[in-house]
Design a protein around this ligand. Structure first.
Ligand code: ADP
Ligand code: MG
Length: 234
């Protein structure tokens, strides 16, 4: 029951999705705005006030999630290609996500025995791994282990992310990266993996995903290694 998937190109025109995404942000903001108007009534019963405030909060959270999953990527004009030390970058990303891991009782186990350098935009690299790691944490609501390892060869730096979470069916795996595909209901955007695939493609990388229900999911991501560092080429 092991499902495997190799995806090179799923979405060609993600960059053109900006308009659609801004819609995804505008809708909840419009809804929140509407309820704020309703709240502007001195005679509103207390329980209604509470209900409307909770709706406003949900709608703002929903807009915030879309921004978190997508927005870094939506600024192609700011792309800056640099030499990235994969180990250092991953450490910083793990620091950002440690509070969330603690909250989910997830232990993060790393093995960065080698140093590898790749070429890419730092913000996008971060967005890519934050999206992957956040999904892994969300797949382990009752705790588990998150393994993050790097391997290094002459040609590629490989990053492996493995969780002991809920896993995916072959159908879910096949739809991974499809815009708005989410199994998380109102807590999901379905944009995170789409952005992941696009960023990896833009960085000339590859991604392979394996998943098994109730066992967990493993992401293998590889990027071309930089062998000779030449400032003019980067
Ligand atoms: P979202 O997280 O907002 O639902 P994503 O694009 O980030 O959207 O992920 C799409 C779907 O892929 C998720 O809803 C989930 O079903 C599945 N998924 C992604 N990563 C994992 C994982 N590590 N374990 C289990 N399911 C996952
Ligand atoms: Mg996600």
């Amino acid at each position: 029951l092991k499902h495997q998937l190799i995806k090179v190109e799923k979405l060609k025109a993600v960059e053109q999705m900006g308009a659609a995404i801004s819609h995804e942000i505008r809708n909840p903001l419009t809804a929140a705005n509407g309820f704020v108007q309703l709240l502007n009534d001195d005679y509103l019963p207390r329980h209604k006030r509470r209900e409307y405030l909770s709706i406003v909060k949900d709608e703002l959270n929903s807009a915030e999630r879309v921004i978190q999953d997508y927005l870094t990527f939506a600024k192609p004009s700011l792309v800056k290609i640099e030499e990235l030390n994969v180990k250092n970058e991953l450490k910083q990303i793990i620091n950002i996500l440690t509070p969330m891991a603690n909250q989910n009782s997830v232990e993060i186990i790393t093995d960065f025995s080698v140093i590898g350098f790749i070429k890419g935009d730092r913000q996008r690299f971060r967005q890519c791994f934050i999206n992957i790691l956040k999904n892994a944490l969300e797949a382990m609501p009752n705790g588990g282990y998150l393994y993050i390892e790097t391997h290094f060869s002459k040609d590629y730096v490989t990053i492996r992310v493995r969780d002991t979470g809920i896993g995916m069916t072959s159908e879910q795996l096949a739809r991974l990266g499809e815009p708005y595909y989410s199994t998380k209901g109102k807590n999901g955007t379905g944009l995170g993996m789409m952005v992941v695939y696009s960023i990896i493609r833009a960085m000339n990388g590859f991604i392979r995903v394996e998943s098994e229900m109730e066992i967990g999911t493993t992401f293998h991501i590889k990027f071309p290694t930089i062998t000779t560092y030449n400032k003019n080429e980067i």
